[in-house]
Design a protein around this ligand. Structure first.
Ligand code: SF4
Length: 413
């Protein structure tokens, strides 16, 4: 087993832990943001409803800002206020409500998990973090801990991006914060720190601190309720690690949690020396030809053809204008020909490459893909659909398009 990290990186003094909990909770009681899922979790007497509300909010908040989530959350809870209601929804309805929120598999998995709770667990949400993670598809360690602590009062910690930042700063952890060794230590710490009588509030307070005070670029250390426990802040003030009488300073190179010897503390960065991450892989570059097919509808208004994407993979099950991934570095003429061939094969009628009108290019950044859509338009007479063996398709007005389950990227197109 690896040697335990030096005590200066841990919370080993019970009196300090108690003081930190008290300071953080007092700050949270004074300063927390009013958020609809918090209000529901605090007032709803039914445990399953509390668990469901927190679950929905946590899934929406993964990778998405609070300000964006509020409206989606309110509409979702209005439409499906309970787990059984969500279990009866169709995937199409879920995708329509989720449209624009990104990472679409989240909505799909929520709905699948709701069906599982209703059909296999008699509609009763699992009550512990361990069971939530084990029994609900799409619920990982963080979400399970959040639901269990906030909804059911289980004294279990949580570690998300905000908590990683706060804990790394509190305990001067400069090793790669995405490495399994560091993540394991942070979970241990979160479980030590969590307040036994108010675990849900404590976890939310730690995350709230990361979201509003201990922010990535310009943290507000002067206003921080736990600054007296923060090693990064003391180091910034005094220019060195805090004195810890019972252990040696880590020394360079052999501590699993210190910054690597090759990247020591940079005083110009202050507390933002922490956390540190290994460099991200550059995003994959993709180019896709997409064609806005337009016709006059029966009432004279223009209509557009949209097709459904496959039920797995990126943007699964969403609708888009007919699109074709392109090889890199194709000449424009060749791109146009490939798109014309694709449309011709799908519609079963001739499409001349020259007839495709080039509109422009749209760039959309997915988390791991730098996507360029090369946009063409084509006006058609009469009723045309793509071969249903390729994918389902339908004609929609502009309003219908916006109400459909289409991605933000397609709305840009
Ligand atoms: Fe973060 Fe600064 Fe507070 Fe430390 S003192 S936890 S760096 S805001």
């Amino acid at each position: 087993a690896p040697a335990p990290p030096p005590a200066r990186h841990l919370f080993s003094d019970p009196a300090e832990v108690e003081a930190l909990r008290g300071n953080l909770l007092a700050w949270y009681d004074r300063c927390k943001r009013d958020l609809p899922w918090r209000a529901l979790a605090a007032t709803e007497p039914d445990a399953d409803r509390r668990g469901y509300a927190v679950w929905v909010s946590e899934i929406m908040l993964q990778q998405t800002q609070v300000a964006t989530v509020i409206d989606y959350y309110n509409r979702w809870m209005q439409k499906w206020p309970t787990l059984p209601a969500l279990a009866q929804a169709s995937l199409e309805e879920v995708n329509e409500l989720w449209a624009g929120l990104g990472y679409y598999s989240r909505g799909k998995r929520l709905q699948e998990a709701a069906r599982k709770v209703v059909s296999e667990l008699a509609g009763r949400m699992p009550r512990t973090a361990e069971d939530l993670q084990k029994l609900l598809p799409g619920v990982g360690r963080y979400t399970a801990g959040a639901i269990a602590s906030i909804s059911y009062g289980q004294a279990t910690g949580v570690v998300d991006g905000n908590v990683i930042r706060v804990l790394c700063r509190l305990r001067s952890i400069g090793a790669d914060s995405s490495s399994p060794a560091v993540i394991d230590r942070l979970w241990d710490m979160a479980n030590v720190l969590v307040d036994r009588s108010r675990p849900g509030d404590f976890n939310q307070a730690l995350m709230e601190l990361g979201a509003t005070v201990c922010v990535p670029k310009a943290p507000l250390c002067g206003e921080c309720p736990v600054k007296q426990h923060c090693h990064a802040w003391r180091r910034k003030l005094f220019g060195k690690s805090p004195p810890v009488p019972d252990v040696e300073d880590c020394g360079v190179g052999d501590c699993p949690l210190c910054p690597p010897a090759t990247e020591p503390w940079d005083s110009s960065l202050g507390v933002t020396n922490f956390p540190r991450k290994a460099a991200k892989k550059p995003p994959r570059v993709m180019r896709t030809a997409t064609c806005v097919l337009e016709r006059r509808g029966c009432h004279g208004a223009p209509e557009y053809l949209i097709v459904q994407r496959p039920s797995s993979g990126l943007l699964a099950g969403l609708w888009e204008f007919p699109s074709l991934p392109l090889a890199q570095d194709l000449q424009e003429e060749k791109e146009r020909e490939e798109l014309a061939d694709y449309l011709q094969a799908g519609m079963g009628r001739p499409v001349a490459a020259k007839g495709l009108q080039f509109i422009g290019e749209v760039i959309h950044i997915f988390s791991h893909i730098h996507q360029t859509y090369v946009v063409y338009a084509l006006h058609l007479d009469g009723d045309v659909n793509l071969d249903p063996a390729l994918s389902p398709s339908r004609w929609v007005t502009e309003d219908e398009f916006h109400a459909s389950a289409v991605s933000t990227a397609m709305k840009k197109v």
